[in-house]
Write a protein that binds this ligand. Structure first.
Ligand SMILES: Nc1ncnc2c1ncn2[C@@H]1O[C@H](COP(=O)(O)OP(=O)(O)OP(=O)(O)O)[C@@H](O)[C@H]1O
Length: 330
């Protein structure tokens, strides 16, 4: 097992072209345009990105399931494209679609997978921890999406890997199963595994991530801890959330103060984002008092990962649009 904090995955300048594609008149499509990222043992590395950003392709190149066009990938120090059987035994992979045989039964399948490793986890204990016992003898094809997810996760972990790739591990799970999976992933970090995961569930990412990499159009556009990414937008960025009557002209409370964004997210639910100061809070209190309005709730907090992610994605989008316009103009 690698020491906590040492790199278990190093990706530099990863390029992946696919095609030739009829939709592009037989040209190739650049899916990854130079991805750089590192993941460490004993840490949870989360890769975020909108649909089509290149997350799955990055993971598959890192696992050696797809051949890269250019760049270098080191997984536990080896090139995954020419990986030895020893390396494969040290890596656990949970695929997005599960890739499970439809006629197999979950616990029998887990025993079969465990049999391929020299020192697997105790199958009964793992099946119990993930609640797989409850549907142990139902064939995979009859399982719900969430049940299949849990079996796929168990298959990725049963060989006691040092690095584990989890593609959307908590997607489609009910709240209780989702909590179970989040706790289990948290435990993997304590056991010293390097965990690399993609998710669209930003509150799970926020709870679990040691490091986040945001992918956009096949490149990493931001990396860091959740706090570092939030600071990237300005250390004093805050969010004020307020619930009251619908359709209040709340922006008036702050005059024409630049840099504050007031949004009514749903009727009566407002957010104010930006570098809020005590003077802004005083102005808001005065505005509410003058109108005799007592909000149902009022909360001041830091911006969360979802806000940060959306802001970084929007910045990247407008930079790409500007580069496109410059390209057209040239
Ligand atoms: N073999 C292929 N042929 C054509 N296009 C491809 C191929 N592989 C990937 N792509 C395209 O490359 C882009 C990146 O795909 P990828 O699956 O890596 O994205 P993703 O970030 O994992 O998306 P999602 O969140 O939807 O799973 C997408 O636009 C996808 O359609």
């Amino acid at each position: 097992m690698l020491r906590t904090g040492t790199p278990c995955l190093e990706i530099e300048g990863l390029v992946k072209d696919v095609g030739p594609l009829p939709a592009l008149d037989g040209r190739m499509k650049r899916v990854l345009a130079g991805v750089d990222l590192t993941a460490n043992a004993g840490e949870i590395t989360v890769i975020l990105g909108v649909n089509g950003a290149g997350k799955t392709t990055t993971l598959e190149c890192a696992q050696g399931l797809q051949r890269r066009t250019d760049g270098t990938v080191r997984l536990l120090g080896e090139d995954p494209e020419t990986a030895s059987a020893e390396l494969r035994a040290r890596v656990g992979i949970m695929l997005q679609e599960g890739g499970l045989p439809p006629s197999a039964r979950p616990v029998a399948l887990l025993r079969h997978v465990a049999g391929m490793y020299t020192d697997p986890l105790d199958v009964d204990e793992l099946a119990g921890r993930l609640g797989i016992d409850d549907f142990a003898s139902t064939t995979i094809r009859r399982l719900s999406g969430g049940q299949k997810q849990r079996v796929a996760l168990a298959c990725a972990l049963v060989g006691r890997p040092e690095v584990v790739f989890l593609d959307e591990p908590s997607a489609g799970l009910d709240p209780q199963s989702r909590q179970l999976v989040v706790d289990l992933i948290d435990g993997l970090r304590r056991d010293g595994l390097g965990v690399i995961l993609t998710t669209h569930l930003l509150d799970d990412a926020e709870r679990l991530a040691d490091v986040v990499h945001i992918l956009d159009r096949g490149r990493v556009v931001a990396s860091g801890t959740v706090a570092e990414l939030a600071a990237h937008r300005g250390p004093a960025q805050r969010r004020l959330s307020l619930a009251s009557d619908p359709a209040l002209p709340l922006a008036d409370a702050f005059g024409s103060r630049p840099g504050l964004e007031v949004t009514e997210r749903s009727p009566g639910q407002y957010t104010v984002d930006g570098e809020l100061t005590p003077a802004d809070l005083l102005a808001l209190a005065g505005w509410l008092e003058a109108r005799g309005i007592m909000p149902r709730s009022l909360e001041l907090g830091a911006q969360n990962l979802e806000d940060v992610f959306l802001a970084i994605a929007a910045e990247s989008e407008s930079e790409a649009a500007a580069a496109g316009r410059a390209g057209e103009a040239a």
